[in-house]
Design a protein. Sequence first.
Length: 135
Amino acid sequence: ALFGGFISDHFFRSRRCEVGLISFGGAMTLFFIIVRIGGLLSAAGLTICYFLAYGMMYLSVGPLWCLPAEMVSSEFASRSMGAALLFSGIGGFVMTNLFGIIIQISGAGTGMYSLVGCMMIVFISFFLIRKVYRI
């Protein structure tokens, strides 16, 4: 998260969405590589890919905490951050159960494709927000 803030401040002039694009785009790419050629990689190769993918996901945690306060007025910032926490908690609960149901019905590989699809949705959302939101 600290490295993501450094990248945001020094390379993108404090624009946060670009760090989100790098973070979720990189994680989505690495998870897709794991899904497609994971069987061809050694145990060390898979471990490195998983380590890098999860590291890429958490790159944007710090900079994204600043988005609600910068996108809306200060009187609504706490409400929007609270709503983000509420929906992320609900999403964490629902998606865990949903992925479990998907995996039970169709097999283990489908869960990873669903994860890549969800990351693609986040990536597209950051891309659209980036076009609208400029400091």
